[in-house]
Design a protein around this ligand. Sequence first.
Ligand SMILES: [Fe+2]
Length: 230
Amino acid sequence: MSSTLLRTVPALRGALRASAVKPAAALASTSFVRGKATLPDLPYDYNALEPYISSKIMELHHKKHHQTYVTGLNTALENIAKAEEKGDFTKAASIAPLLNFHGGGHVNHSLFWENLAPASREGGGEPKGDLKQAIEDDFGSFEDFRKQMNTTLAGIQGSGWAWLVKDKESDTLSIVTRANQDPVTGAFVPLLGIDAWEHAYYLQYENRKAEYFDAIWNIINWKTVAKRYD
Ligand SMILES: [Fe+2]
């Protein structure tokens, strides 16, 4: 993609930054093969997060929903490249929101799968070491952080995500929300994301989304969060 187009379309720049920056930590498994996004394998079986997230939800969420973002991202990239070849920057700009949506969806879900682990393995419990200290410094206690995250999740209207993020400049932690599939970009490093879209819980929890937000703490992979923090 040419630098001209990137200058032309700020939203594109954001989405590409999201998929290009911090490959070693924040986006360890966001997979691209020969410039194409691919669906990453899950690091556990579909039924491994039960009873907190059902096998059926995991299968649909990964195989159908995440795959749709991967396919949509590749299509958007191809169509932007075609428009760019023709010098049609208006068309390229019109595709930018799709790149943000599907690119964000791919990045967010890739991070999300790594944020989870079976409760029988490293899932659940509380963070340790520097991350634990940082959470206590910035939120008071782990329990206060957990409550604040759940309140934030409950307050999301429509589809979106809540993230524990680290500010690169100040090194402080905070909680932010993103609507739809907007990725976390700029000064923030995404450490822990929780998917608050209905597709993440509805089949199992129906309208009781607070139960899903409570249950998910049993399967948080704090080792991954700590790795991103370091
Ligand atoms: Fe999702």
